[in-house]
Design a protein around this ligand. Sequence first.
Ligand SMILES: Cc1cc2nc3c(=O)[nH]c(=O)nc-3n(C[C@H](O)[C@H](O)[C@H](O)COP(=O)(O)OP(=O)(O)OC[C@H]3O[C@@H](n4cnc5c(N)ncnc54)[C@H](O)[C@@H]3O)c2cc1C
Length: 380
Amino acid sequence: MVDFRLTEEQKALVDLARKFGNAEIRPIAARHDESHEFPHDVFKKALDLGLLNVNIPVEYGGTGMTLMDECLINEELGAACPGIAASMEVNNLSNWPIVLGGSPEIKKKYLPKINEGWKGAYALTEPEAGSDVAGIQSFAKKDGDGYVLNGSKQFITNGSVADFYCVFAYTDKSVRYGGMSCFLVERAWDGVRVGKKEDKMGQRASDTCSMSFEDVRIPKTHLLGNEGDGFKIAMHVFDHSRPAISAIAVGCARRAMEESIRFASERRAFGKPISELQAVSFMIADMAVSIDASRLLVWQAASMMDQGIRNSKQAAFAKVFAADTAMKVTTDAVQVFGGYGYSREYPVEKLMRDAKIFQIYEGTSQIQRVIIGREIFHSK
Ligand SMILES: Cc1cc2nc3c(=O)[nH]c(=O)nc-3n(C[C@H](O)[C@H](O)[C@H](O)COP(=O)(O)OP(=O)(O)OC[C@H]3O[C@@H](n4cnc5c(N)ncnc54)[C@H](O)[C@@H]3O)c2cc1C
């Protein structure tokens, strides 16, 4: 039997995240969109309530929540502000390489610091390599009892506010995938430089910047996993992070639909509410169907991960469908609002700008289809 009902604990978690989103995020979302400021206060309050870093295991002082729980939280935060939710999720995803590949000493040293408020960033993309992950140029050269890292990174979420980075770099350039490694790098170390902050179309409350690493000395203890495990770690993190990010896209789309329903019930044309015009109600009906379908794909991918079942294909299903749905629903929401939809006084134009990036980061919609095609035709 497949049971789509949430447990009492999960319902309470959804309620907590929804109240937090309504009270702490919605009122400030437009201001942060305008000012491009990072919401430090929201992070602090979310941490205190147990809504941040939810993937840190209990033995290291975390809540050890499942990916399903994380997705439930993310949908609510995404409905409040997709940009703030995405920044919070990147904090979670930056913990994964440590959880997956950190030695017991590294976990004991860093996970409690993260629980106390250290922020993280995940530095994979480079100026010349995004979709083509194996095309990165950063290199960590073995040197005595550690490594010396050189390279540039691009579009790093939380980059300018992070205390630590999970950085991907080659340790052996003669092997395309198997020569990549992952390192934990502290912000305070010599040679770590934060570059230009991007002036973005949407998700402007999240911080995105370029970075460079110039002769950064990394102790060998800070290699996560073994030399050559970097690509494997990056792919494993995607299997977690794609459902989690997709849940934010579901929240973004759901909020746009809720705003559309409210507006369509109040706005009148030709002597009746526009909700009674079939063209409008059909747009909203299509929103409702595709949002539910997205959520079910997210839950499927998350629950497979929680059961230890390989979910790469289902994570890509969730990502491509939820991202494309968020873009379509928010665009239609602007349409339902008519001229008011195009005005900054109403919330839907922001949601439309926020939605676009779901089709780009964490693997573009084209790359998700590449993965799905590969899984269909080449997976044994
Ligand atoms: C706001 C924001 C936040 C981000 N946060 C992070 C972060 O925290 N950490 C991080 O490491 N990265 C981050 N990224 C980077 C993001 O993951 C990449 O931008 C994304 O993977 C696409 O890479 P690219 O920009 O180099 O585009 P490209 O890879 O150059 O792609 C350009 C176009 O070509 C298409 N394309 C490329 N290859 C193929 C193919 N094989 N088949 C079909 N189509 C293809 C793409 O779909 C796209 O349409 C972020 C980006 C943004 C904009």
